[in-house]
Write a protein that binds this ligand. Sequence first.
Ligand SMILES: [Zn+2]
Length: 353
Amino acid sequence: MRERIGALLDEARAALDGADTPQSLEALRVQYLGKKGPLSALLRGLGQLSAAERPEAGKWINAARVEMESAFAAREAGVKKAARALALAGETLDVTEPREDYPLGLLHPISTILDELVDLFSGMGYEVVEGPEVEYDLYNFELLNQPRHHPARDAQDTFYIEDNIVLRSHTSPVQARTMLSRKPPIRIISAGRCYRADEADATHSPVFHQIEGLYIDKGVSMSDLKGTLEAFARRVYGPEVNVRFRPSFFPFTEPSAEVDLTCPACKGAGGCRVCKGTGWVEVLGCGMVNPKVLELCGIDSAVYSGFAFGMGLERLAMQRFGIPDMRWLFEGDARMLGAGRGGSAQTEGRRGE
Ligand SMILES: [Zn+2]
């Protein structure tokens, strides 16, 4: 019995030395330690031994089982370690390997223009204020001198959520909210998405972006407005730009003006597509805040005056980067990105379509 057990252990050890994977190890475990293995068979055979031999034989068998189990455990640890070392060797990182070229994230033309304008007006003391895109009729229209049945409120132009709730059709409700919640002097810009029920075409989009400015204090005049907008024009269109004010009408300003700038494409020479041959491009609307708006928003128009201006970021981006179709700004074509870092080159691929 003792010799048989000794031979069995030697055989198992030799087999274990050759096992180098978890699978082969498991097969050996079943073979030697399983219910049908030799140790189990020996235990079952104990009954045929004499009562005197039985206890000692049982001890040898159990000792052999313990020894075999520890041999398996040791081998298993070795196999795992080897497998891990192999996996690590396979995953070695070669830091000298050349990487595939992939494009970096770049700013959208609208973001480029917006960042620049926020930077400019912040430098002139304007604070950036935000407001909701889903807005009460009160702030979007009524406080801005556009009572019910005003032509500018035509249901065809404005998205109504409910009878008195709209998707804001301009960023001006932020001005109304600010005038109601603060005392002058007020010097703010607000920018963001606006909505109008327009069909999307080369110059219209149902969602678009505006930036607006509002300055209210004692003694603010039209010349302050002109100086501010000339500074804006020089910054965005270059120092040579000419600025032209044309009388216009807006319900919330009086007097009101449209502002034209020298065409950035032909430098005012005319005869180009961007300016339709006039040498000027229309850029923004502005005016002195209508005293009625000041009063509606709780500001004494006998003491305070102010100006407001607003412009579409899409139009600025299109003029600046030579983008001929507003839809390009919303279609998610990556070639639109990076405007402002050689933007015209970036959009060149698209223009050839
Ligand atoms: Zn032109």
